[in-house]
Design a binder for this molecule. Structure first.
Ligand SMILES: [Zn+2]
Length: 274
């Protein structure tokens, strides 16, 4: 009996530097690899965790770093953050992010968020790096910025996509990929599932956002902290909700992840063409 080759995955957005899980990274990487997750794109969120992210990437070829300032943490910015970020990105095989816009909090300084995000976009364009973007309740402002900058020069993604199905086609025109997380597994995730069904197979990505967004799976971990090994479970549920065979979705997401992050993923972590 010949068994099917194991499907391979790239987790395009997680936070392995997070203090809640950093002590457990050897186990997390081992469990991810056993599940077929050969590569994890881990995003720093502020200058303070750039170095912890860099250390993980140096230790494990399967961990690929992105550096950026998350819109929640603009208070942490040093006066020369742009220089610090630019120097680091120029010196390493890495992407940019997590960066973006989040207007959930009504008191958020929207102008400042747009200015900092535009700085990240400019850097991605200048250094030709992929960009890992967070957008929540800020779609009009996001599209407004894209209209000004034009389509991305190097590909980028919107992580844990929460926008409408109508927006999918608009964002695809700007060379953006759309990434789906455990939020697509929630029983009531009608809007996300609609968006999932609207996205082109050559623009879809999958992520865990570990240690957050623990997926709704039949056998959840009692500790409740998400980790990249849960990506195949997210893919299975997403495929069912999109009405496509699991291998077709997984192979598309893998090829797309390589299209976005290929230039910065070490050959060992890229997996086989499948
Ligand atoms: Zn994140």
């Amino acid at each position: 009996m010949t068994s099917e080759p194991m499907l391979q995955y790239v987790d395009v957005h997680c936070h392995l530097h997070d203090p809640r899980i950093i002590e457990d990274i050897p186990g997390i990487v081992q469990r991810a690899e056993a599940a077929g997750v050969t590569c994890m794109v881990t995003c720093a969120t502020m200058e303070e965790n750039f170095e912890a992210t860099a250390v993980l990437a140096r230790q494990y070829p399967a961990i690929v770093p992105c550096y950026g300032i998350h819109p929640w943490f603009l208070d942490s910015l040093s006066p020369d953050w742009q220089q610090t970020l630019g120097d680091r990105v120029a010196a390493e095989a890495c992407g940019i992010g997590e960066t973006g816009l989040d207007f959930m909090d009504k008191n958020a300084d929207r102008d400042r968020q747009m200015e900092v995000f535009a700085g990240h976009l400019a850097l991605a364009r200048e250094l030709e790096r992929p960009i890992n973007i967070h957008v929540r309740k800020a779609w009009d402002s996001f599209v407004q910025i894209l209209k000004k900058t034009g389509p991305l020069k190097t590909p980028g993604l919107v992580h844990s996509f929460s926008g409408s199905a109508e927006l999918v086609k608009v964002l695809e025109r700007y060379h953006l990929y759309l990434s789906f997380s455990g939020s697509v597994t929630r029983p009531g995730a009608k809007k996300v599932v609609k968006a999932l069904n609207a996205v082109s197979m050559d623009r879809i990505l999958l992520e865990t956002d570990s240690p957050d967004i623990y997926p709704s799976v039949p056998d959840p971990d009692p500790h409740g902290l998400n980790e990249p090994r849960n990506l195949p479970a997210i893919a299975r549920i997403a495929a069912a909700r999109a009405g496509v065979p699991v291998p077709a979705l997984v192979r598309s997401a893998h090829a797309n992840a390589l299209a976005v992050f290929g230039p910065i993923i070490p050959a060992d972590a890229a997996g086989q063409k499948q």
